[in-house]
Design a protein around this ligand. Structure first.
Ligand SMILES: Cc1ncc(COP(=O)(O)O)c(C=O)c1O
Length: 299
């Protein structure tokens, strides 16, 4: 979170045009807004193949007057993951026009389509030259299971580093030293944990997907990355009201799709970083709730 705020403070000012690919974890749209930027959203599309990007539409939304484009891949909430070919096209376009790419890579190592366990999702950093206007932010919260430790990092070109140093000084001064030491251990010795976590999440994703598909009126496509199922429920037009009712009546807490942008309306986000027993219990609760709701609507 802090890495994203620092990167945006370094790059974006009042009136700047910023583009974000959505649905998206809301903080990423709100940070540039807090700093006075005008944020334009380019929506992913949902269909049989899951969530996809219309590349032409994105490039069209990036005229030379654009300051930065924010892309979170693998994406919270959809799991959508940007392929290397599209990355190349976006990078070429941004190089041509001097547009900054802010890549939120929080779920980079939670990618289920690559070869082998814990393969990394395609990254702009794989394509980057040292001076490219690419800022990648990352965190120990997800893959390394260090949620709440508040430790992350930024990869940025040399031109940005002096300003980032000043901004860190005026925000937090530094992460606590003992937590930095834990980060060093996590990076050097954490691969076994990452492999185990990615494998566990892949199985949880498949388990939840199979269970959800059995329920009538649910449209769900397995996510290629991250830790969420983002699925549509027939008849849900107000996802916030639905989720509030679901908590109250069924004791099941899901995130309303509308929290991630207007195109998320009608969808629900389920975090599958949980045991199979817990996921199965949740699906049963959802099923019972949907049945009761269907009966009430029929009366
Ligand atoms: C896409 C994305 N980026 C960044 C973060 C921030 O993670 P943290 O501040 O816990 O390191 C999150 C947390 O949910 C996220 O989903």
């Amino acid at each position: 979170m802090s890495a994203l705020m620092l990167a945006t403070q370094a790059l974006v000012g009042p009136g700047d045009r910023v583009v974000a690919v959505t649905p998206l974890w809301p903080n990423l749209v709100e940070i540039p807004k807090i700093l006075g930027a005008e944020v334009t959203c380019v929506e992913l599309l949902f269909g049989r193949a899951g969530w996809t990007l219309d590349l032409d539409r994105l490039l069209h939304a990036l005229p030379p007057s654009t300051r930065a484009v924010y892309i979170n891949s693998p994406n919270n909430p959809t799991g959508w993951t940007l392929g290397a070919t599209d990355q190349q096209a976006i990078l070429a376009h941004c190089r041509r026009h001097g547009i900054w790419i802010v890549a939120d890579d929080a779920y980079e190592r939670l990618y289920f389509e690559g070869a082998g366990v814990a393969a990394a999702a395609p990254s702009f950093l794989d394509l980057a030259e040292p001076d490219d206007r690419i800022v990648s932010t990352n965190t120990f919260s997800k893959t390394w299971l260090m949620t709440g430790w508040r430790l992350g990092w930024i990869v940025a070109p040399p031109e940005l580093v002096p300003d980032l140093g000043k901004l860190i000084e005026y925000n937090t001064s530094c992460a606590p030293v003992f937590i930095q030491r834990a980060g060093v251990v996590a990076v050097n010795e954490g691969d076994v944990v990452i492999a185990h976590t990615a494998d566990r999440l892949r199985r949880a994703r498949d388990f939840l997907q199979a269970r959800l598909q059995r329920l009538p009126g649910i449209e769900a496509v397995a996510a290629p990355g991250a830790m969420y199922a983002f699925f549509r429920v027939e008849g849900v037009v107000d996802s916030l009201a639905f989720c509030k009712q679901l908590v109250a009546d069924a004791g099941l807490g899901l995130a309303p799709g509308i929290a991630f942008g207007p195109e998320g309306e009608g969808f629900l986000r389920w975090c599958f970083a949980a045991s199979e027993a817990r996921l199965a219990d949740g699906v049963e609760r959802l099923q019972r709730y949907l049945t009761r709701r269907e009966r009430a609507r029929a009366m």
